[in-house]
Design a binder for this molecule. Structure first.
Ligand code: CA
Length: 418
């Protein structure tokens, strides 16, 4: 993929809001989502975010229905054609007269999950996160021996992936306090978030037929923000020997707009720089042109007592040890069939500085040191009424800055345990 006319930083839209330097949706972004007008009894349908408006894809004759899986399955050539068309229709002023009627102000719109997610897999590619968490348990040997060889993941639960804005009920579950003789069942006391990216898959592969690393990006429709809500007390008690289960499956929040890899083209980065002693990736995970993504990720928290959210962290997706293509190629390397709309999480993306840590587990050193918020409030883990707001933004000299909107969710009290 290469830069083309759709990335031109000088390009402007006749949709005024798209030319605001603060917008996340200039004409160079054009992310896809599913929307309908609030309070109307109409069917959700495909749209593209442009400034403070949503442009109805039906105006181009693209009838997606209430999910984008069909469009995701159509592949990179189809996505690029639609993007090119959108870029022209939304920039050339002469189209305004006929097309303005296909706009819906975002504040009047309701957004939905953009795809039906058949399967959801969560990787563990954030090496600094894996190291920091590993240190809590194994100070001398934080990374397990397989980490730099194999992109580690677990199969998550697709049914509880929700779109930004959906409240998250504090889960009940089984946990064993260190000093207690037996586990107890009740509300999680160590509810956390995880700052991640989600990769939404496009065309799948036939069962038994792996995806070559050089082809892997053709199978990625785009990128969303993802908060992998985690109950650390449930996790600590249940995760051995088979990995996370109920500590993760109660909710995963994603942002509503899928930013395509083509839109991200100006913000691709070199793959993670391996240390001299690190193994080279095995051949099926190696490709000379493989790249990462440069996306700044910020977690903000708004407690019930706050008017405005405070920022807890700012990290970057460049801190992923494995690239999106490596995750896809590895996932399909055993012949596992991936399907359009499948969601692959990156794993928690943390940097090496305190201000860049992507979970409370890291920010509080495993629940030992509370963080100070404004107004004298403190947090060890999330409390009822807290709202976690994940934001993402791409910036680079010579390119129009694009954003991801947000993945937001507020914690509601647990239901009675029995
Ligand atoms: Ca995770």
């Amino acid at each position: 993929m290469a830069l083309n006319a759709t990335h031109d930083p000088e390009l402007r839209s006749w949709v005024e809001g798209a030319n605001d330097p603060a917008t996340e949706f200039p004409i160079q972004n054009l992310p896809f989502g599913i929307f309908r007008k609030k309070g109307k009894n109409e069917r959700p349908r495909g749209g593209v975010a442009i400034g403070d408006q949503i442009f109805d894809l039906a105006a181009l004759g693209l009838e997606t229905g209430p999910i984008l899986n069909g469009f995701a399955a159509a592949g990179p050539h189809a996505w690029a054609e639609v993007r090119k068309g959108l870029s022209q229709f939304l920039s050339v002023k002469n189209y305004r007269k006929n097309l303005a009627k296909h706009l819906t102000p975002m504040r009047q719109a309701e957004l939905f999950l953009p795809v039906a997610i058949g399967d959801y897999t969560d990787f563990y590619a954030g090496i600094h996160h894996a190291t920091t968490i590993g240190k809590l348990f194994r100070p001398d040997n934080p990374l397990l021996p397989n980490y730099k060889w194999v992109p580690i993941a677990y199969h998550g639960r697709a049914s509880s992936v929700v779109v930004s804005g959906t409240p998250v009920v504090r889960p009940n579950g089984q946990a064993k306090p260190p000093d207690a003789p037996a586990p107890v069942f009740g509300p999680s006391r160590r509810l956390d978030y995880e700052v991640e990216l989600g990769f939404v898959l496009g065309p799948g592969n036939a069962l038994g037929k792996p995806i070559q690393i050089g082809e892997a990006e053709k199978h990625i429709f785009g990128v969303v923000l993802m908060n992998d809500w985690s109950a650390r007390d449930l996790q600590a008690w249940e995760y051995q020997p088979l990995g996370p289960f109920l500590a993760k499956s109660f909710a995963t929040t994603i942002s509503p707009w899928i930013v395509t890899l083509e839109a991200l083209e100006p913000f691709r980065s070199a793959p993670f720089e391996r240390e001299p002693g690190d193994p080279r990736p095995l051949a099926y995970l190696s490709h000379e042109k493989d790249r990462g993504v440069d996306i700044a990720l910020e977690m903000h928290l708004r407690t019930a007592a706050m008017k405005k959210p405070v920022r807890l962290s700012r990290g970057n997706a460049r801190d992923a040890y494995w690239t999106p293509a490596q995750m896809v190629a590895h996932h399909a390397s055993n012949g596992c069939n991936l399907r359009p709309g499948d969601l692959l999480g990156s794993g928690t993306l943390s940097g090496t500085t305190p201000g860049s840590l992507g979970s409370l587990m890291e920010l509080t050193s495993g629940g030992r040191t509370a963080i100070e918020l404004s107004g004298g409030q403190k947090r060890m883990f999330l409390e009822d009424g807290d709202e976690a707001i994940l934001r993402g933004r791409c910036e680079r000299d010579g390119a129009a800055s694009i954003g991801f909107a947000e993945a937001r969710g507020r914690v509601l009290p647990a239901r009675p345990a029995r």
